[in-house]
Design a protein around this ligand. Sequence first.
Ligand code: A3D
Length: 320
Amino acid sequence: MARPKIALIGAGQIGGTLAHLAAMKELGDVVLFDISEGTPQGKALDIAESGPSEGFDARMKGTNDYADIAGADVCIVTAGVPRKPGMSRDDLLGINLKVMKSVGEGIAAHAPDAFVICITNPLDAMVWALREFSGLPHNKVCGMAGVLDSARFRHFLSLEFDVSMKDVTAFVLGGHGDTMVPLTRYSTVGGIPLPDLVKMGWTTQDKLDAIVQRTRDGGAEIVGLLKTGSAFYAPATSAIEMAEAYLKDQKRVLPCAAHVDGAYGLKGMYVGVPTVIGAGGVERIIDIKLDRDDQAMFDKSVDAVRGLVEACKGIESSLA
Ligand code: A3D
């Protein structure tokens, strides 16, 4: 059986890390695409040359031609511009919307059967735009944010409780970043919900609130430290987890920016929800009942995403 083909659209910080991870995990052959000449070719060659030491079997190709992504099983999109210090994700809207148009058209022409994972910010709006421009089925186009937000939450919780990250689960909903909704009663350590751990004296509500806020600001914290770009190791790892779930039909329960039509009372919009990812792409959306506080936070998050999508629609007409 031929190896799966993984197309990475954007060969910057995240794109390069995705290629390295995909190779190390032998998920398939990798094509790195970018408009910058030499960048994808150089990264592909560099990663290929790590193969003999690491012992992986995966072909790496760098390209500036969309024809090379032909027949890709998975496309992970990071093309665009990342945040600089002081810049919000929304500032990126206009620039990256134009990028999504060319990427969407490239995928539609050459890899229409792929499972597409968008990472470009502002995430919830860009995944909507990518779906519109590509015309692919909604269940085959999703965005990576929830896996990263919950990984950050899990990391901070594991430090607070001094336990393995493997035993910490986290449940997040809503848009990426500032309006993310962490559901503490569904987040656990060894199956024990966080509110119970507060009652048991493992932490305090104030400390838990601070961890939630640090998680929401997780992207900005790294932008502030790096000064020249945004996070790339954890975002790449998160997207690879989603790609692997699809390629191996793992039916993983993962939060992602998925097209929600009916669940959570929403009519056809992309927002972060818990999903099941398997060979059918986003196979299911897990529709849980929210309490009043969580619903209020989720509504706020949904409004923020809607605002961004409306802004995109305003700009989109000028791109035609
Ligand atoms: P960066 O290292 O700048 O890479 C972006 C690449 O896109 C560059 O190599 C560009 O040459 C390339 N590019 C620009 N325009 C096009 C185009 N039209 N077609 C193909 N390639 C193009 O950025 P990065 O890898 O650090 O980040 C990529 C994106 O991910 C940015 O939008 C970030 O804001 C976003 N991001 C999202 C998260 C989430 O959790 C959702 C986290 C971190 C970064």
